[in-house]
Structures are given as C-alpha cells and as structure tokens.
Design a protein around this ligand. Structure first.
Ligand code: PMP
Length: 359
C-alpha cells in the first residue's frame, strides 16, 4: 500500500494517523468487541465519543458556553435553508454577500424563505475580489448578515470579519479549523465536515444560544436548532462513525499544536504555492493577492489544451484530484490541514518540470 498526495476539494484528505487509528479501532473499539459503526448512538461508549469530540472542538475553536455545538446531517447545503428557517420569518429582510458559487447557492435557497438583500457582489470581477466593506449596502432591519469566508471553488478568502449589528452567519465549510477565529463575533457558523473536519455525512453548526428557539411553525424538526440542542444532536440517529472520526481529527489537531500551529503551516504551504505560480510565467491564479485562499488554490495553465496532459501526468506522479471545479475549469489544489507540506513541495516540483517540458 502506498498513499498518494490528495488535493481533493472534498471529501478531502484525512490525516494518515487518524486513518490508522480508525483502522486499529475498526473491528474492536477499545476492547469492547464491536466497531463504532455497530454501537447504539445512545450507548455509554458512543455518548462518550460524542462528548469528547465536542469538548475538543470547543477547546480548539475557543467556543464559550454561550454557544451550542450541533452535530447534524444534510451537509452545508441543508444549512442554506436551516439558517433562514431558524433565524427569521417569511417576510423578514436578510443580508447576503455574494463572493462566489457557494454564496450564490446560499442566496438562492434563502430567497425561498425570506426577503434577501444582496449587500455586495464581486460577480463583476468574476469573483476574483472581495468587495470593500465600506461599499456594502447593509439593511437597517436585517435579521442576519450571511457570508462565505472561503469560497471553495473561486479560491477567495476573507482575512477580516465583517462588522455587523445583525447576527453574523458564516458558511465556514472550507476554512474552519485552518486557523484561529473569534467565535464570539458570530451568531451562527456552519460547515460540512468533508474538508477539515472528517468524512462526509456530518455537518457542524455552532450557534449562539440566544438565537435559538425562534424557528417557524413550518421549520422541519430535523432542521430546528433548538430540537438538535435539546437532544444533544441525537433527536434521531446521528452519523456516528463520521462523528467519531471527526473526534479523532480534533485530537490530532490538538497534538499538532492546535489552530495557531495549523495557521503557520497553512500559510507556509499557500505562500510557497502562490509564490511559485506567480513566478512561473506558465501558470496563473486570478484572485487578488489579499484575498487568496489558504485552502483552495485554483490555477490555470497558459495553454488550456495542455490541461489533460497535466492532469494525467500529475496522476502518474502520485498527485491526485487536481482538476478544477467543473464550473470554472483549469486546476485546483486544495491544501487543507491534512495535506502535508511535502505534498505541496511535490506538486511544485511536478509543475516546474511540466512547465519546462511544455513552456
Ligand atoms: N459551502 C461551501 C463553501 C462548500 O465548499 C460546500 C461543498 N463543497 C458546500 C457549501 C456544500 O456542502 P455540502 O456538500 O456539505 O452540502
């Protein structure tokens, strides 16, 4: 067996140490004679696993008791509806920022449940920028302000937090746990697990407790934050294995030195890759420099007719999943926490070699 370097945008690479631990636990978790997948979610074992995962996540992100942490299903996409269905009534005004494909999806869904005001959009720049905050047309009466701190497809990331009177709601699917954040600035943070948290099937919602309990009569029970909180995210059967695996990832992150250490490493990885792309004269990244994502690095070749050759050669060199999103084409290297620096070095070596042969 030889594991290769995986640049997939999600489901993404997991730490090898975590996979080894899961392998060791698979048939017989801690001498209990069964696997985590076969445990009742209400068993002492699973409740212990669940509580430990929550405690470790709270420690990593510095989440206070003012917030509930929910482990739910349905992906970040379900949160596109859950957010308005929990935080506002049908006619209410809600503010959204449009910085890319995921913002657009969130906006489209919210329009079904509220009156959406798009306060700013970077669509004119083909989502290669973030609109300056002083240009945002915020509503006086918005129930919340929603934004996407990291656009996974466009590779655009906020390195500042919008200042809002309305509760701030953030889709952190592809940036959560990549660096420290101040949770206290947010009303709701949500993230699909399949990038920096664990396997697909789990979604994490961090919600300020005072914002719960205002859902609509029609809000589906499974999307109601209060119901999830009241039942310790076990109103129904939760994705137990994903939850367990996320717990292993959180422990691994703590062993790595937590989010400050991850930030240092992630910045070094990203700086190397963008630095090479900019210097190469062969590859390019369209995003304005201050807003370049630490996690998702899209790039194009000077001659797109070489894309297929680039990708098949990369695959042969042990560099997997570099194809860009189908909506934008080109390449994308996702370099989440579990993608080691050696992967970025190997990618740059391959890119250099390819440019030499085809430039
Ligand atoms: N938001 C962002 C920023 C994403 O990257 C993704 C998935 N790539 C989603 C939402 C949708 O997540 P899910 O597939 O978990 O519904």
């Amino acid at each position: 067996m030889s594991r290769r370097f995986n640049f997939c945008a999600g489901p993404a690479a997991l730490p090898e140490a975590v996979l080894s631990q899961a392998q060791q636990d698979l048939l017989d978790w801690q001498g209990r004679g069964l696997s985590v997948m076969e445990m009742s979610h209400r068993s002492d074992e699973m409740v212990g696993i669940a509580n430990a995962a929550e405690a470790d996540l709270r420690e990593l992100l510095g989440i206070s008791d003012d917030y509930a942490v929910l482990f739910v299903q349905g992906g970040a996409s379900s949160q596109f509806s859950a957010v308005p269905l929990n935080l506002c009534a049908q006619g209410d005004v809600v503010d959204y920022v449009n910085t890319g494909q995921w913002s657009k999806k969130a906006i489209k869904e919210a329009k079904r449940f509220a009156q959406v005001n798009v306060v700013a959009s970077s669509e004119d720049s083909n989502f290669s920028t973030i609109p300056a905050f002083d240009s945002w047309q915020l509503s006086d009466n918005a129930k919340y302000l929603h934004y996407t701190p990291n656009e996974t497809i466009g590779g655009v990331e906020f390195f500042w937090t919008p200042d809002s009177n309305a509760p701030l709601v953030a889709d952190m699917s592809s940036t959560i746990l990549s660096r420290p954040i101040d949770v206290n600035k947010f009303g709701v943070i949500y993230a699909g697990a399949q990038k920096n948290i664990g396997p697909a099937g789990l979604t994490i919602v961090i919600v300020r407790k005072e914002l719960m309990g205002q859902s609509r009569d029609i809000t589906p029970t499974m999307l109601d934050y209060q119901t999830a909180a009241d039942n310790d995210s076990m109103y129904n059967t939760p994705p137990t294995f994903s939850w367990y695996l996320a717990g292993l990832v959180f422990k691994w992150l703590k062993e790595q030195g937590g989010l400050t250490a991850m930030e240092t490493l992630n910045r070094r990885k990203a700086d190397k890759l963008y630095g090479y792309i900019d210097d190469s004269g062969f590859y390019s990244n369209p995003v304005e420099k201050p807003s370049r994502s630490l996690m998702n690095v899209p790039f194009v070749l000077a001659d797109s007719s070489l894309d297929k050759t680039f990708l098949s050669g990369a695959d042969e060199a042990g560099l997997l999943n570099l194809k860009g999103h189908r909506s934008v084409g080109g390449m994308r290297a996702s370099i989440y926490n579990a993608v080691p620096e050696a992967a970025v070095d190997a990618l740059i070596d391959y890119m250099k070699d390819f440019a030499q042969r085809h430039g």
